[in-house]
Design a binder for this molecule. Sequence first.
Ligand SMILES: Cc1cc2nc3c(=O)[nH]c(=O)nc-3n(C[C@H](O)[C@H](O)[C@H](O)COP(=O)(O)OP(=O)(O)OC[C@H]3O[C@@H](n4cnc5c(N)ncnc54)[C@H](O)[C@@H]3O)c2cc1C
Length: 641
Amino acid sequence: MSQTRTHDATEAQSREVAEASRQKEWRKPSFMKDLFLGDFRFELIEPFPNFGQPDREEYTAFMARLKQYFLEEIDPLEVDATGEFPADIVQRLSELGAMGMNIPKEYGGQGFTKSEYSRSMGLVNGYEGSTMGFLSPHQSVGVPECVKLFGTEEQKREYLPRCANGEVSAFALTEHDVGSDPARLTTSLTETEDGEAWLLNGTKLWCTNGLVASLLVVMARHEESGAISAVIVESKWPGVSVEHRCHFMGLSALQNGVLKFENVRVPKKNVIGAPGKGLRIALTALNTGRLSIPYGALSCAKKALQVARTWAAERKQWGKPLGTHEAIAHKITSMAATVFAMETVIDLACQLTDQGQLDTRIESAASKEFNTSRAWDILDDTMQIRGGRGYEKETSLRARGERPMPVERLMRDARVQRIFEGASEIMHLLMAREAVDKHLEVAGAIIDPKSTFAQKAAALPKIAGFYGVWYPSRWFSLKGWTGYGQYGPLAGHLRYVRRASQRLARQAFHGMLVYQAGLEKRQGFLFRWVDIAMELYAMAALCSRTHAMRQANDPNAADAAAMCDVFCRQARRKADRLFRELWRNDDALNTAMAAEVLAGKYAWLENGIISLDEEEAAYHAREAKKLSAGFEIPSEEMAAK
Ligand SMILES: Cc1cc2nc3c(=O)[nH]c(=O)nc-3n(C[C@H](O)[C@H](O)[C@H](O)COP(=O)(O)OP(=O)(O)OC[C@H]3O[C@@H](n4cnc5c(N)ncnc54)[C@H](O)[C@@H]3O)c2cc1C
């Protein structure tokens, strides 16, 4: 069995695989899907779900124990510096119940809601990032989530209690040639001669927890059919090995590695869900599993806000506190308003998911993208506000007698949030695909270059019927100019969202008309479109929450209204700019020049540095020198000694 075989895939094949594993059915309403179509259904998210419900006592007690454990037993600076957790961390976390937060009580877990689980992750991540990096893949996408969603009763009874009681799990999809595009997956499953098992062969890259996990969910391709299955593999089985521990820019204690599978016998009962549906399972688990990441990003942003606020008030330069210089003041305002928006966006997605009445897969992707990108902006602003101290390590600050505040560590730990569990660009593509879903359903035959003339002609009545009503109605909305009066000062922003959602829907339609089948490649257009949609989602969520706070006479209601107003003003300005740039931009020029840059035409720009090739050659030369030095025949004098 060759493990180096590459499964080459064309762009079209990659798209086909992604499309086949996409969850297509929409059995429940979706707030964002309707927003995409120009139908702003505020009533789906107002009243803000579960607003004002106190936490369950059991959960409050758990959070208090979790916090105490971290403060007493985990030193984030030591974890960062040594790249190791305390030796008993898994045992302690499982005693606390943190290994089974997502696992139903009947299988030995805590049975937390998505909201409770995600908030716990936020608490952890705002303090020490590697621990979230350990807990989240274990239960957000590892064996617990996949088996809970798709496993048989027998699998649930066997694996869930083990995971809740301290056995670590991991999720292995990525390979050397498989990152965002699973079409090239080469890890293989071949049926054994007795027909009762498969032999698993291949190498998986960057498997978080792979160094310590006893249970792995592995995505592998059936040699015979080419379909991809998700299988549960025990790391103690013969043929499973760790080839290398990976080290990263941040999250230094991550137990992440390259895993190798050589003729590992996997019983057929270990397939999760239907054979061949592995990618679908992985992507569905990620849909809600990734809700913990935006909470993690939020907690980094909250910590950064605390650092920035404290420092900008305390530090005086040019005769007054930093925060009173206008450039810094504006950053502080934007950070505070954005943190409020981030919290609201992810709270809404979690609460809607827990309620179960809406399909929240787009809100989940939007929350991940919105929060991880905003957290990065906030961290960057915080670094600027902290100046040189932001760039200095906390250990160095403490050693010279200054109070350490985490900025560089948070930055290093947070950056990967925009890469794993669905990179930023992939989140945009996922949302863009849903944005044009209805249009493809109605008018797909017209724009599909593979459609015959007869198929195009047959589609015309349906197209005329749908667009004849839908398109004119996306132009007029009395509510967009006079509605939402019951929401007082929020009404103006809600009217804007209504009008903008109609405009957004029209632009998607115009994009289809202009670019036709080529629209899927117009990422400049599509990504701006998605960015506008995310601003509208955040504005609507914020208005709903602010209104709920006012209705409940929440002591922070007035502050919330002020923050909501600031955020909505910023969001409207951004959306207006993006609307303009949908059609007036330099995309064609940029795409053309990128092709030339990639072809090396502008390589002369890189003159004056020591090039990558020179560095690599020098490294090998140094290594060769060290090697030959090691083999030097000792001199007579040395030999005598
Ligand atoms: C710390 C860490 C932990 C990880 N843990 C796990 C784990 O536990 N299990 C696991 O299976 N994997 C894991 N991964 C892998 C992670 O999920 C991948 O890094 C991620 O899927 C992106 O793949 P890639 O890095 O190969 O990037 P690529 O797919 O090569 O993409 C590189 C860049 O190009 C962009 N891009 C890709 N395709 C397109 C496109 N069509 N259009 C526009 N832009 C595009 C991407 O968004 C990205 O920005 C981990 C990675 C890291 C760094």
